[in-house]
Design a protein around this ligand. Sequence first.
Ligand SMILES: [Zn+2]
Length: 80
Amino acid sequence: MPHTGQFEIHGMESVMLSAGTLLQVTRIACRCMRCHRQFTATERHGLIDLDGGAVLTCPACSNRQAMCRESLSGYHSLPC
Ligand SMILES: [Zn+2]
């Protein structure tokens, strides 16, 4: 499984532009590397979509990490 350092990414749902460019991340299924809580983050529920990336927050231990759009683009092939 790919991971970002703080989170192991299991799947991702996103809005893509036709050019294959990531427009917005809508859902990320992941596991926290610190407390091992598995959760699905959605907008305002552990996932903040930023222009240029996203911030994931663990609901159990508040572990968080910002990810740039470039690294997120690599996960869009993983079904959520
Ligand atoms: Zn956690």
